[in-house]
Ligand binder design. Sequence first.
Ligand SMILES: [Zn+2]
Length: 355
Amino acid sequence: MGYYKVREIFKKYIDGYGLTTIARNLNKRGIKSPEYFSHRKINSRRTELCKKFLWAQTSVKRILENEIYIGTLVNHKTVTSKIYKTKITVPVTEQYIHEEFLPAIIDKQTYERVRKLLESRKKSNVRASNGRAIHRYCGLIKCTECGAILIAKRRNWHDIEWVEYTCNSHHRYDKEYCTPHRIHESQLDKLIYDEVKTLMTRIVAESEKYDKIVKDWLGQKPVYDRKIKQYKEKITSLQNQIEEIIMERIADREHASIYNNMIAKREEEITELQNKIEESSQYDEVSRQKRDNLKSMADLLEEILSESKISDANLRILVMQIYVHQNEDKILDIKFEFNGDFEDSEAVNFDKETA
Ligand SMILES: [Zn+2]
């Protein structure tokens, strides 16, 4: 199968076409499935029989999940048992992965997006109906009032066409059950774009805060180093004391418990000091990591926002759920819930130790 077809399959999937639709389309155009070719290789005289190897949902999925297209060669993926003639799938950790072994047909980013889409569509049980692209917000919007999903409807009026979402309960059982919660796709697009922009600003500000912490740290490092040295000296002195106490205990066995208490107290102090040393020496390391994570997150968001409209794939990467609440006065409140990585970028308060 040509490189071209592989790219097309990835693109179609990102554009919102379902596995079955992609398979059907390939069959319609007479494009042979990978199964057709692999079977023909085994027994060339039985090519006639192979005509039935058409594209199916699973063959499309196998293409989308195959790491070979990003130039990663996975060896040792299945083990053939000679006795039972069965194939056993080897766990990922035991596979020998050679990254960038082959020239990449699909860039890593596209591959990652497709992987996340496959996951998300599986999770939200999204299926495209008859060759149509899946609606952008399908399965993502929830009605706050009744908990139902908002469903997409294609509308048109005077040659203008648009997509709107309404509460499924209202759609099915009418107004006695729930209010419409009607919102246009274009309105959501604008809201989400602004929301992601705000999120990016927040993350950038946060990363700058950590940047300052890291930079300040360099100035404060001598102070911290001095403190660490003091802690270490204190530990040595406590250890010497313990040794002396042990000697005294030997000479004064009757009062052993008193000496034991004295030892325990000093040991406790030592542990405390050791924790302080660890904290002081790792403080900058933790801040550095946090800063780097935030920076790469901000870069990703900036890239997402560089397109005038957030792509379907990026939308699924960013957004976990959208809640629509309809007020008495019919005004809608929209709340976006972002996926873990992005949600977790909350502001932090640092108890900066005054040295
Ligand atoms: Zn509702």
